[in-house]
Design a binder for this molecule. Sequence first.
Ligand SMILES: NC(=O)c1ccc[n+]([C@@H]2O[C@H](COP(=O)([O-])OP(=O)(O)OC[C@H]3O[C@@H](n4cnc5c(N)ncnc54)[C@H](OP(=O)(O)O)[C@@H]3O)[C@@H](O)[C@H]2O)c1
Ligand SMILES: *[C@@H]1O[C@H](CO)[C@@H](O)[C@H](O)[C@H]1NC(C)=O
Ligand SMILES: *[C@@H]1O[C@H](CO)[C@@H](O)[C@H](O)[C@H]1NC(C)=O
Length: 329
Amino acid sequence: MSWSLLLALCALLLLLLKLLCFLCVDGDLTLMWSEWLGRRPEQELTGLVVWVTGASSGIGEELAYQLSKLGVSLVLSARRVHELERVKRKCLGNGNLKEKDIFILPFDLANRSSHEVATKAVLQEFGRIDVLVNNAGKTHSSLIVDTKMDFFKELMELNYLGTVSLTKCVLPHMIERKQGKIVIVNSLVSSVPIPIASGYCASKHALQGFIHSLQIELIKHPGIIASNICPGLVHSNIRKNMLTEEVTKTVGHNTTQVHKMATSRCVRLMLVAMANNLKEVWIGEQPYLLVAYLWQYVPTLAWWIIHKFWEKRIDLFKSGVDVSKTKYK
Ligand SMILES: NC(=O)c1ccc[n+]([C@@H]2O[C@H](COP(=O)([O-])OP(=O)(O)OC[C@H]3O[C@@H](n4cnc5c(N)ncnc54)[C@H](OP(=O)(O)O)[C@@H]3O)[C@@H](O)[C@H]2O)c1
Ligand SMILES: *[C@@H]1O[C@H](CO)[C@@H](O)[C@H](O)[C@H]1NC(C)=O
Ligand SMILES: *[C@@H]1O[C@H](CO)[C@@H](O)[C@H](O)[C@H]1NC(C)=O
């Protein structure tokens, strides 16, 4: 056998090995590397003042639990006070925090006139904000032709403008202190489009444009890190809490449960991202992560592979099956 053939074989083997490795991971390679050899959340995040929006349910709730174990000062925000109180009690049950370490701050993210007041309240309580986690958000389930304009507006007001506004309230404080982390809990749909949730998808695309521009402007403020965190499908109440309208088809029979990542795993990876100041983070199980990579790097091939899958999703939706349970969001 000639040397060049042997070399080519080795290269092929390596490539296959790499592909195999890639198929086993549930995050982008920088994130996986950071989890393996990077800084630990236990060392980097302890003692910080962390403000989490959407802390009454799902990903935000789990963030509160894991952060409380690390020993941070927590600000929990959402609209439902009693749910925030439930989360607070469970955080205290973890044993690391005291009553005074958790501040419940209810407000409506879609009501932008409440943001300045809320920011002042946090500063009054803890004196500083080290991390703002923009997590609150909503989705919907309807075709574009059936979706009222008010829906698109509502999703933009909450997911996009709410996040932009709160970030703008906190940013001057971080610039003054020359440090801080701004995290946006975005989604893989911020780069990979999906059907039947166009308003959600568009609001997440908008957030992506916003945070990338923010990251560039922060070149002038190297102590402040903006992280765009993009999970795929994760267990939460997002389906239960989604916007509903009369045009939305009644969700019929159950469908097979799909691969959704455990909330705790997603949140752990988010903490790794924060501890390592990662700017762009993709989290998801396969095949969603692979689809995201394909869409990013070989869109024509991706379209060719995925369009049948999307078509089926639309057909299922039209026939009244809850497709959201079968495909990723
Ligand atoms: N689950 C997934 O598969 C997935 C995947 C990718 C990205 N994400 C993103 O993860 C984030 C969290 O979603 P989740 O899955 O954890 O959903 P969830 O369980 O429905 O939680 C949503 C949170 O947002 C809060 N919220 C909703 N509307 C609000 C408003 N007007 N003002 C203030 N807070 C509001 C809710 O609290 P109140 O109702 O008490 O206000 C709740 O705490 C969202 O940005 C979502 O887009 C989720
Ligand atoms: C919005 O927030 C402001 C300030 O907290 C409050 O005075 C106002 O009533 C809120 N608006 C609505 C519609 O809830
Ligand atoms: C259908 O879904 C509901 C709610 O998630 C669940 O309680 C029920 O057991 C499911 N039924 C079947 C047949 O899977």
